[in-house]
Design a protein around this ligand. Sequence first.
Ligand code: G3P
Length: 218
Amino acid sequence: MEIFLDTADVAEIRRAAQASLIDGVTTNPSLMAKVAGDGDPRDLFVEICEVVKGPVSAEVVAIDTDGMVAEGRRLAELHPHIVVKVPLTEDGLKACRTLRNAEIDVNVTLCFSVAQALLAAKAGATYISPFVGRLDDIGHDGMELVAEIREVYDEYGIETRILAASLRHPRHVKEAMLLGADCATLPPAVLYKLMQHPLTDSGLQRFLDDWKKLDKEL
Ligand code: G3P
């Protein structure tokens, strides 16, 4: 499963990329607004693309097809790593088809049902982003959606990649892996929690304590 970092914070992206922990980045308008400040958001996208050697999702903010296509084309011209992110609306799906016909990769976002995921695939989506945590927030089982999409895509031989999104904790990530999501996008805090285990820490301490008794250098 590929791991993407769900942030527009370049320092966080650099830290994870330098450790080879991530395969790409996803952003959304809320994440961009947190860090873009007075700068040009397009410069920020380019900076992110130069740090990470993989796909970088950049979301349109127009809500009509023509506007999304125009923004998507401009975003795609910024850097070869850009994947244009469009919302799962009728206009968004039409924009997806047009952009895919122009060989631009598209991530269809804000997916909350398996039927939506099928329609995104028909529109040629490169990635579909089911929002797990936001379904959990309203009392649904968000991970069940990932399982349903996997089943339907496999049943019909659909190649759209399942990008599990809105993941809030390590258990979400584990479940996404076990269900066969192609990719998962994680906030930085969740990424670093994945590598922590108390038995790793206590085991390391015991090794170091025992080594001290030898009083030797390596
Ligand atoms: O990738 C989508 C993600 O940014 C949404 O996460 O936590 O705002 O639901 P969240």
